[in-house]
Design a protein around this ligand. Sequence first.
Ligand SMILES: Nc1nc2c(ncn2[C@@H]2O[C@H](COP(=O)(O)OP(=O)(O)OP(=O)(O)O)[C@@H](O)[C@H]2O)c(=O)[nH]1
Ligand SMILES: [Mg+2]
Length: 467
Amino acid sequence: MSDIPVFAVIGHPNEGKSSVVATLVENDAIRISARPGETVAAKAYPVSIDGREVIAFVDTPGFQNPVQTLGWMRKFSGPESEVLPAFLAEFADDPGMAHECELLTPVIAGAGIIYVLDASRPMRQVDKAEMEILRLTGRPRMAILNCKTGEEEFLDEWKAELRRHFNMVRVFNALRATFAERLRLLESLRALEQDWEGALGRVVDAFARDWKRRNAECAALTVDFLRRVLTMSESAPLAEDEDRAAKEAVLARRLEERIRAEEGRLHDQVCLQFRHDRRSFALPEQSVLREDLFSTTTWTVFGLGKTRLVAAAVAAGGAAGAALDLATLGHSLGLFAGVGGAAAGLAALFKGEGLVRGRLMGMGIGRRRVQVGPLGTVQWVYILLDRLLMHYWYVIHWSHAVRDKDFLPVPADGGKQGLTGTWDREARALCAEFFKTVRDGGTDRAMDLEEDLRRLLEGELDRMSRL
Ligand SMILES: Nc1nc2c(ncn2[C@@H]2O[C@H](COP(=O)(O)OP(=O)(O)OP(=O)(O)O)[C@@H](O)[C@H]2O)c(=O)[nH]1
Ligand SMILES: [Mg+2]
């Protein structure tokens, strides 16, 4: 037996044992299925933090023959401590008792017990037999009520019965458990057995520290990302006979593509921080995050109405002659500033299909270049942050037990307003100064602002984790 706390997750077939293990150990790959009897062998899943294993959960197959098992155990006349080894010796080769042998093996080795049951159904005789078997093992044990359908009609009946057999009873939904609920579950395991109190206290601390580290890492990655994106531009030589608008459109698309790719990478990295494989993580069907970053929908949903959009374009340098045709707002748009643009200084002029006017630079006689970018308004900071925060929210609520792509909770305070919409004036002032200063890059002030924004974001992620 290892010296870390080990808990065997035990119960009737198809009640959600593997789902509970997947959520607790953050493993997307554990087999979960609507078909009873999916798990056929006991398997231990250790949790590592900072390269050290701190706790393990053992997934086990569901009871096969609880009534017969209990009958045998009751008849056993030897010392109490021998009942389980004797059972294993007797039934090791009996296929009818294969699951019982599997699920009792970690218990004999010293594991505590987490009994999982679906409390949305009525109690039956076999349930009572299972509970009694677990009581007879004498091991520390907790019951987890996983209400699969949300039906709570039988909850009180279950609780009353469970209290007779278990040291602790908790409601825990494997598919919806947040970080805070997982932490509370671990905390309650501490009280199960005095010998484990110290070790489990360290596990709880390690979990909390690890989560904080992930949030800090996500905040740092985001600020790095913003710095890169805010300083990006595309330029190319423009021949005498070349159509400038067409060239700028090509450059704008190229720039948009680079920014999209950077954002995709950032979102992937956030998934990885929370041990999600990007391929198994899916956004809800109607999520605005499925919209293209450069679409009008993205702009409007994250709180930028037409008026503010025009104002943003103007503030970014668009002035006289900027033929902002509101009719074209329905098309995809790219709001870029041509830094230090030529005479008109049009920052964010677009026409129809996302055409972006860039900056024209003389490079000596007969040699000209056009440049598109960098991004021309602080609104981009808010949009990129809102999309990041919303993505984060989905990632931390995407339980590792979810196998059905359509299942996802709705963000609590996301929606129309966008998450930065709730930030105070100080935070907004920081974003504005960050935007202006970081675009110029490299200064001490820029570094200070990056640090301030990183801290602000980290606090925001910590706050969202506890919601
Ligand atoms: N709606 C809902 N479904 C759940 C919940 N927990 C588990 N399920 C579903 O119930 C089915 C069985 O879940 P598993 O975790 O595989 O159950 P198990 O106890 O490991 O099953 P066996 O290995 O067959 O004994 C799967 O389809 C899960 O998606 C829950 O909290 N809510
Ligand atoms: Mg299973």
